[in-house]
Design a protein around this ligand. Structure first.
Ligand code: FEO
Length: 395
C-alpha cells in the first residue's frame, strides 16, 4: 500500500522481505530491506528514485494506487546504484516521455548500466526544478556513497530526500521512525552506517556541516532505505555527526579466529584483564559471527584487539578477510593490538601488525604470541596484556 508522508507526497517503494545479503556479501541484512521511492503529486507529477529491478511491478502497482503511470513527467535519480535505478528500464518502457534529473556522474552511470539514451538533464548543487506548487532543490553528495550521489530537498515541506544517507535495511510494514521498536531502529541505523558509509566519514562530516550552513529547515528525512525520520530527524543527524567525527567510547572489541582453541583461550583471558581495569569489551569469534555485526560493534569502540592462530606463516583466512573489510573503513583515532598462538613458525601477529599499521592505527603495546596451548602462567600473561591495554585506553 502506498503511504502519504507529506501533503501530496507518497511512499511508493518496495519491501524486500527475503533480502539477506546486500552489496554482494558485504552486508548481512537479517531483517530484509526496503527500496524507497517517493511520488510528488503536483501539477507535474514527479517520482524521486526508483527501486531494484526485481521490484519494478511492486513500485508501479503502488504508483497506480495514486495516479496513472503516464501522468508522471519527471523522475529524479538521486543515485545510479541498481537498488534504486534497476526499475528504470521497465518504467521508461512504459513512460518514455519522462524526463530524468541527476548529476553528470549519474548520467554516465545510467548510460553504462542500461545502454540507455533517456531524456536526461544534468543538475548540480544549487539547481532546482519545479513540480508546480513545490520546488525540489539539489545538493550533490558525491561519495555518500558513490560519485554520482545527490540529495533532494523540498523546502515547502521541509523534507530532505537523501537517498542512501540516514537509511537502514529493515523490511517491515511500518514506514515511520516513531512506529517501530527504537532499539532495533538504532541497531539497524548504526549497522547501515558501519556497512555502507563508514569509509566516507570525512565527506559525511563535511556534508553535515554544509547542510547546517545552508540552514535548510528539515522536519522530515525520507531516505531510500528503511524508516522515514519524522519524529525527530535531528536525532539521526546527531548520530551521523558522532560516527563521522570518529568519536568513540572507551570499550574494546576483540575479534579472533582460532584453530584448536588456544587463541580463543587467550581472547577470553585478555577480556578478564580488561574487566579487571574497568574496561568494557565484547569478544567475537569471526567464524561464529557475521562480519557485519563485528564491524558494527567497532564503529563506536575506541580500541580493537585482533587474535589469530598462525597458519602457513600468516593469520587464518577468515580473519584475513575481515581485516581487509575493516581496513577499507579507514577507522581513525583508535588504538589496537594483536595476539595469537602458534605451533612452530608463527607469523599471525606479524601479519596483523601489518594490517594495523596499514590502517594507521596506533599500537600502544607489543603483540602477545604464545606457543601451543597456553599454560596457567601464560594465561596470566594474557590477563596482564588485557590490563596493560586497558590502561592505555584510559589515557
Ligand atoms: Fe542504496 Fe548505494 O544504493
Amino acid at each position: 500500500m502506498s503511504i502519504q508522508i507529506k501533503p501530496n507526497i507518497y511512499w511508493v517503494g518496495a519491501i524486500d522481505w527475503g533480502l539477506r545479503h546486500f552489496h554482494g556479501h558485504t552486508y548481512y541484512t537479517k531483517r530484509g530491506g526496503t527500496y524507497n521511492s517517493y511520488l510528488i503529486m503536483d501539477e507535474i507529477p514527479t517520482l524521486v528514485d526508483a527501486v531494484l529491478g526485481d521490484f519494478s511491478q511492486e513500485m508501479i502497482d503502488r504508483i497506480k494506487e495514486i495516479t496513472s503511470l503516464e501522468s508522471i513527467k519527471q523522475i529524479i535519480v538521486n543515485h545510479v546504484e541498481p537498488d534504486h535505478s534497476g526499475a528504470l528500464p521497465e518504467l521508461l518502457k512504459l513512460i518514455p516521455h519522462a524526463k530524468l534529473f541527476g548529476t553528470a556522474k549519474c548520467k554516465e552511470g545510467l548510460a553504462k548500466y542500461y545502454q540507455s539514451n533517456w531524456n536526461f538533464q544534468v543538475v548540480k548543487t544549487g539547481d532546482s526544478i519545479s513540480t508546480g506548487q513545490k520546488t525540489v532543490k539539489f545538493l550533490e553528495a558525491s561519495m555518500i556513497h558513490w560519485p554520482d550521489s545527490m540529495f533532494s530537498y523540498i523546502p515547502q515541506e521541509k523534507l530532505l530526500l537523501p537517498n542512501d544517507g540516514f537509511g537502514q535495511q529493515w523490511a517491515c510494514n511500518e514506514r515511520f521512525d516513531d512506529e517501530v521498536d527504537q532499539a532495533i531502529l538504532y541497531e539497524e541505523t548504526v549497522k547501515y552506517y558501519a556497512s555502507i558509509l563508514w569509509p566516507w566519514s570525512t565527506v559525511i562530516k563535511q556534508k553535515l556541516d554544509e547542510l547546517q550552513n545552508l540552514s535548510w529547515e528539515i522536519d522530515m528525512i525520507a531516505p531510500a532505505h528503511g524508516l522515514i525520520w519524522r519524529q525527530n530527524p535531528k536525532r539521526v543527524m546527531d548520530w551521523y555527526h558522532k560516527w563521522s567525527s570518529n568519536e568513540s567510547d572507551k570499550k574494546v572489541v576483540i575479534v579472533y579466529e582460532t584453530m584448536w582453541n588456544s587463541t580463543k583461550q587467550m581472547a577470553e583471558a585478555i577480556g578478564q584483564g580488561l574487566q579487571e581495569v574497568g574496561i568494557p569489551y565484547q569478544i567475537f569469534d569471526i567464524n561464529q559471527t557475521d562480519k557485519t555485526d563485528v564491524l558494527t560493534a567497532m564503529l563506536d569502540a575506541k580500541a580493537y584487539l585482533f587474535g589469530s592462530a598462525a597458519y602457513d606463516g600468516d593469520m587464518l583466512p577468515n580473519l584475513a578477510g575481515f581485516m581487509h573489510y575493516l581496513r577499507g573503513c579507514h577507522p581513525q583515532g583508535r588504538i589496537a593490538g594483536s595476539f595469537g598462538s602458534f605451533g612452530w613458525g608463527g607469523g599471525a601477529t606479524k601479519a596483523l601488525e601489518q594490517f594495523i599499521t596499514d590502517m594507521k592505527v596506533e599500537m600502544p603495546i607489543p603483540s602477545l604470541t604464545l606457543q601451543w596451548r597456553p599454560t596457567e602462567q601464560e594465561l596470566e600473561k594474557c590477563r596482564q596484556f588485557g590490563r596493560d591495554f586497558g590502561e592505555k585506553i584510559k589515557i
